[in-house]
Design a protein around this ligand. Structure first.
Ligand SMILES: C[S@@+](CC[C@H](N)C(=O)[O-])C[C@H]1O[C@@H](n2cnc3c(N)ncnc32)[C@H](O)[C@@H]1O
Length: 243
């Protein structure tokens, strides 16, 4: 932690200039679905959404938002919290769920696409700031998909899968809940399996290679997954049950 108690974030917060339509989405639509960090208040995740939900999932580092948007469309009775620091990624998610792209006419009131339930909420900052606001055993699934591998040994301390974050994920997952980690990186695969094996809170659910070498049933491909496939790397999908 830094002296002002903000954890240090090593990734990028913003990339290329965000053009008109996506800037408008960030200004005019994000506030409708954004999770604010109110002082001292513990959130009630199931009550965050515009509809009643039966379960709540969290995607950490949703990137361009394809998986989050796809899951939320497939499971309209589940609430999805997405956390992402990268502003361009947040803007892209907003574009996916409203259908507004560069060149689209901007309506006076921006709304979700009609086929979508109001079941996504966004935390546009470092998830480690939201962890303390989430109550124990409040989530059914946590997704960490293609986290930055930080392959150099001297950068290993930056990897998101680490004992501190796993303790928080174990705390907020319900018993029987699932942590899903996907990676295309050999070092990160071994690292993740070792870190998870070290904690008594999780059990790797795989019983054979088929369980982790192939996309899970309701999977939605992500940008980093497509990049890995183009470059000839085979992703793995590791599910761990909270015990
Ligand atoms: C390699 S990208 C993968 C993005 C996406 N999951 C995909 O598969 O395309 C990792 C993402 O995690 C985000 N990220 C890393 N640490 C984070 C944190 N502590 N809180 C929120 N987002 C984080 C980064 O900003 C980055 O966009």
């Amino acid at each position: 932690m830094l002296s002002d108690d903000k954890p240090k974030f090593y990734g990028r917060r913003q990339g290329r200039r965000i053009r008109k339509a996506k800037s408008t989405l960030l200004e005019a639509f994000l506030p409708q679905i954004k999770i604010e960090l109110a002082d001292e208040k513990i959130l009630s995740p199931a009550a965050l959404f515009g509809i009643p939900v039966q379960s709540v999932c969290l995607e950490i580092g949703f990137g361009n938002g394809e998986h989050l948007a796809g899951q939320a469309l497939k499971h309209p009775q589940t609430g999805y919290i997405g956390a992402e620091v990268f502003k361009n990624g947040v803007a892209n998610l907003l574009s996916l769920i409203t259908g507004i792209k560069e060149g689209s006419a901007l309506p006076s009131k921006i709304k979700l696409l009609p086929e979508r339930a109001d079941n996504i909420r966004v935390f546009d900052d470092d998830i480690r700031l939201l962890f303390p606001k989430l109550p124990d055993a409040c989530l059914d699934k946590v997704f960490v998909l293609f986290p930055d591998p930080w392959p150099k040994k001297r950068h290993a301390g930056r990897r998101f899968i680490n004992p501190e974050n796993l303790r928080e994920i174990a705390r907020i997952l319900k018993k029987g809940g699932i942590l899903r980690v996907a990676t295309d990186h050999k070092i990160y695969k071994g690292w993740t399996l070792r870190r998870l094996a070290e904690t008594p809170d999780f059990r790797w659910t795989a019983t054979c290679g088929n369980d982790w070498k192939h996309e899970p049933a309701d999977w939605v491909q992500t940008k980093y997954q497509r990049k890995a496939l183009r470059e000839g790397r085979r992703p793995v999908f590791l599910d761990f049950e909270r015990i």
